[in-house]
Design a binder for this molecule. Structure first.
Ligand code: FRU
Length: 492
């Protein structure tokens, strides 16, 4: 009899870095079956075919289609030997899985094709900028910032030598180059740790049009305070010409900016990007990008149609997730458009997301159970300006198991609580998250998928993104006090 593989067992370093070719066809078939039959599989989100997904990479528009790559270890639900997988889409909704594209197969990326970004060079060539992770003796690390061309016909041509090597003054925690256009030049920012173990962002500039030659421009100035011990996945986008820096500081002192997750995904809005002094001028306060339980490594880019588009990993580093038992973990958020309103950052699913809606129903939620077919829906509610109510999602028929949302419109506060679920996990960082929004107005658009929940408050003023693990039959909805709502089932 075939024994079932326990994907949750501890994985040794040798297992994590085993060459892909060493996995047998039987192993892959069993893993694929485990993932395909997982009760946690989402229906309208991007998730890995098998194994672990983490950061979105190379988000771009090229050859008439959106390209969204992501970090993947395809052979198990753990951080192992990473490649870039690719999804393409004409409309940010219908995605085609193009498979693995960028493999760890040269001496400059042997232990992982780590995160990075993309920028079209022409209609035929998409430039990819990524970190090559290599490990030496005693697990020492060397990071290289590498370039590659992804062609119109779907081939990868890696450049022979790294485009940037780690400069003096930094440890080998130096990664995640994000390329962007500004003032008629091409720049890249890289997440870094100084030799004094401080987190920072390093700026580089391309010195030729083919993007094969780069110079360092120093550290990007955007905050007075210390940014923890490391910054991962920095991104710079321009919204209404204002630079907005998204980044993930690790070890940030909570007196500088408060957060609940192990590492936050933060942003600052500045007035201008001064190249000469490598400064984001008049940079504002640090804010959490998202007030939910699991969100990290958000990647954004200025799309050719003028929008700023973003995708996040609904996950966190070093986190065990229940779906690991089924051979997978990690998923991407919906694609969000970033805008500025009255100087505040708003994030909302791209307008194309509406095309997922079908079977609209107007309902009234109450203490009596509302039954729905599946946890793949969009729920829209608008509360009265002084209303206090409680909403229960992913509930069982007597509401003893659920995710709850306590909404206090007068004080502009929402508390999300996932203590009452049949599957408990990740409780060491607490079971509640809260957010503050403009008091007196609360319109919520709630996107539930089988094991995820994305809550958008007041058209994107605040966002709470989380993973939710329950049993398939827990698809009931309740509210403490009668609450009119609109619900759409969402297409797969
Ligand atoms: C962030 C991160 C990046 C790195 C990648 C490796 O989640 O640690 O800094 O490039 O994941 O998968």
């Amino acid at each position: 009899m075939m024994t079932k593989t326990d994907y949750t067992k501890p994985w040794t370093s040798a297992e994590r870095y085993r060459p892909y070719a060493d996995y047998s066809a039987d192993y892959v078939t069993a893993l694929t079956t485990a993932v395909d039959t997982s009760a946690y599989k989402n229906t309208y989100h991007i998730q890995p075919k098998t194994g672990l997904l983490n950061d979105p990479n190379g988000f771009s528009f090229f050859n008439g289609k959106y390209h969204l790559f992501y970090q993947v270890f395809p052979y198990g639900p753990v951080h192992g030997l990473k490649s870039w997988a690719l999804m393409t889409s004409p409309d940010l909704i219908h995605w085609t899985d193009e498979g693995l594209k960028l493999f760890p197969d040269t001496i400059f990326d042997l232990h992982g094709a780590y995160s990075g970004s993309a920028l079209p060079l022409s209609e035929k060539e998409l430039f990819l900028f990524y970190t090559g992770n290599t490990r030496g003796e005693n697990n020492s690390r060397d990071a290289y910032q590498n370039g590659a061309i992804y062609t119109q016909t779907g081939d990868i041509h890696k450049f022979d030598a790294p485009l940037l090597r780690t400069p003096e003054g930094y440890t080998d925690h130096f990664r995640d180059p994000m390329i962007f256009d500004a003032h008629g030049h091409k720049f890249a920012i890289i997440g870094a740790q100084t030799c004094e173990e401080k987190g920072t962002v390093v700026l580089a500039q391309a010195t030729n049009d083919s993007l094969t030659a780069w110079d360092y421009k120093g550290q990007l100035q955007f905050a007075q305070e210390e940014m923890g011990y490391m910054i991962e996945c920095p991104n710079l986008v321009f919204i209404d010409k204002k630079p907005v820096l998204l980044f993930c500081p690790q070890g940030l002192d909570k007196s500088i900016a408060d957060y609940d997750n192990v590492f936050p995904n933060m942003y600052v809005i500045a007035d201008d990007f001064d190249v000469e002094s490598a400064t984001l001028t008049q940079a504002g306060k640090l804010h959490n990008l998202d007030d939910g339980f699991e969100v990290y490594a958000t990647q954004a880019f200025n799309a050719p149609d003028g929008r700023v588009l973003a995708s996040s990993w609904l996950g966190l580093p070093d986190l065990d997730v229940p779906s690991q038992a089924d051979g997978w973990q990690g998923m991407l958020s919906l694609v969000k458009e970033l805008t500025l309103k009255n100087g505040q950052l708003y994030q909302y699913p791209v307008v194309e997301t509406i095309s997922l809606r079908h079977e609209k129903q107007n309902i009234t939620l109450s203490e009596v159970a509302t039954t729905i077919d599946s946890n793949s829906y969009e729920l829209e509610i608008e509360l009265r300006q002084d209303e206090e109510n409680e909403l229960y999602l992913f509930a069982n028929d007597d509401n003893s198991s659920h995710v709850s949302l306590k909404i206090d419109v007068k004080n502009g506060k929402i508390e999300l609580n996932r203590a009452n679920l049949p599957v408990s996990w990740s409780e060491n960082y607490g079971v509640t998250r809260s957010t503050q929004f403009t008091p007196g107005k609360a319109k919520l658009n709630i996107f539930a998928d089988t094991s995820s929940l994305e809550i958008f408050v007041n058209d994107g003023e605040k966002v709470m993104s989380s993973r939710i693990f329950t049993v398939p039959e827990n698809t009931y909805l309740f509210a403490k006090n009668s609450l009119p709502a609109t619900i759409w089932q969402l297409k797969k």
